[in-house]
Ligand binder design. Structure first.
Ligand SMILES: *Cc1c(COP(=O)(O)O)cnc(C)c1O
Length: 372
């Protein structure tokens, strides 16, 4: 089976972890691996501060918690996303309000935002889906006009750029994941980046159970979202390779797009002229003109040793959100449609040209066999 993803790490990461262990960096409180990783990654994301945490989910949880929302406050978010984006909002007793996708990049449709804003809307969480950036220049203009806090969900888009400026530097706070299949990994892990010193301080406080003076006196209910030291050391080694990893991802995408360009009925991933897409996963839509349905194509590929995944089930359909107080039903027809028709292909940086050809040949063959 060609897996959808295979982790890409080597002796450098292993040596970095062993060295951190030999220095006694079991937790983050001893040694420099955490601050090295935070400073290095924040610089990569063109931010002054980085706060390392245990996952992308806890990065989002922490960022939303730092806003001190009131119950019933509303937060807009991309409908097509990992459930973690919405969970961060409901953990703060706020109401997630999904914004439908647009058809070209599958990111949230910026034209819909103003129609969804109410007096209770406090923040917006755009997701750079599959590595294509949201138009953050335009999103920030809308947010500024309506006084909304912006939290970028960059879990799938480390290094993606909007008009030459890297994602994770546009929002008030920006959340990254270092889960095993993300652009770079620490196994599990995440980070919030920000340029705001006061926010960075609040994030650090809340990450560490809100310890203040005197010790064991807690003004606020914090969290333990602390990253482990030897994971951060792994992250530092990964960060050294990030430009190469992104170039490999873009190379995989170029090869797929070239080979699949002639297959009728597929919508291939976009790269807008202002965008730098890191192609975290090579995603496509199986359209009406393709002879098989998305599910039929996925089954055909699986039977021939090629694993795939669907797009996300959108936030407007999630039972765990519908049952929450204050739930706002918002129709998201495009997000619904791409959940039914979207698919992503094996996207490891370790894919060989032969493997890419196999996947593309099977997609083309499935179409021609189905026709006769
Ligand atoms: C992966 C992902 C997350 C969650 O990150 P974890 O590290 O798995 O907790 C959040 N948002 C998006 C868009 C993701 O793809």
């Amino acid at each position: 089976m060609i897996p959808v993803f295979e982790p890409d790490f080597g002796e450098e990461e292993i040596a970095a972890v062993v060295a951190a262990l030999r220095r006694g960096e079991i937790s983050g409180s001893f040694g420099t691996a955490i601050t090295d990783f935070e400073e290095g990654f924040a610089a990569f994301a063109d931010c002054k501060y980085g706060v390392a945490v245990t996952s992308g989910t806890t990065a989002l949880h922490l960022a939303v918690a730092a806003l001190d929302l009131k119950p019933g406050d509303e937060v807009l978010l991309s409908s097509s996303t990992n459930i973690a984006t919405a969970l961060a909002i409901i953990y703060a007793n706020a109401v997630p309000v999904p914004v439908d996708s647009e058809r070209e990049t599958w990111n949230l449709d910026l034209d819909l935002i103003e129609g969804l804003i109410t007096p209770r809307t406090r923040a917006i969480i755009p997701v750079h889906l599959f590595g294509h950036p949201v138009d953050m220049d335009r999103l920030n203009q809308i947010a500024k006009k309506h006084n909304l806090v912006v939290i970028e969900d960059c879990a799938e888009a480390h290094g993606a750029k909007c008009r030459g400026r890297v994602v994770g530097s546009f929002g008030d706070m920006n959340c990254f994941s270092f889960y095993a299949n993300k652009v770079i990994t620490t196994g599990e892990g995440g980070m919030v980046t920000t340029n705001d010193a006061a926010l960075a301080e609040r994030l650090r406080l809340l990450r560490n159970l809100a310890f203040t003076q005197p010790r064991y006196w807690h003004e606020r209910a914090g969290f333990n979202f602390r990253m482990t030291g030897f994971q951060a050391a792994f992250g530092v080694a990964q960060l050294k390779k990030i430009d190469t990893i992104i170039e490999k991802k873009r190379s995989v995408a170029r090869k797929y797009s070239r080979a699949l360009a002639g297959v009728l009925g597929l919508q291939l991933p976009a790269e807008k002229d202002w965008a730098f897409n890191v192609y975290w996963m090579y995603a496509l839509i199986v359209g009406r003109d393709y002879p098989l349905s998305r599910n039929q194509l996925a089954a055909h590929l699986k039977a021939r040793g090629v694993d795939t995944r669907t797009f996300f089930c959108p936030m407007n359909q999630q039972p765990c959100l519908k049952e929450r107080p204050g739930y706002r039903a918002v129709a998201c027809p495009v997000a619904d449609e791409i959940w039914e028709t979207g698919l992503y292909l094996p996207s490891s940086t370790t894919l060989t040209d032969d493997q890419i050809s196999t996947v593309c040949d099977e997609i083309a063959r499935a179409a021609s066999v189905a026709k006769v």
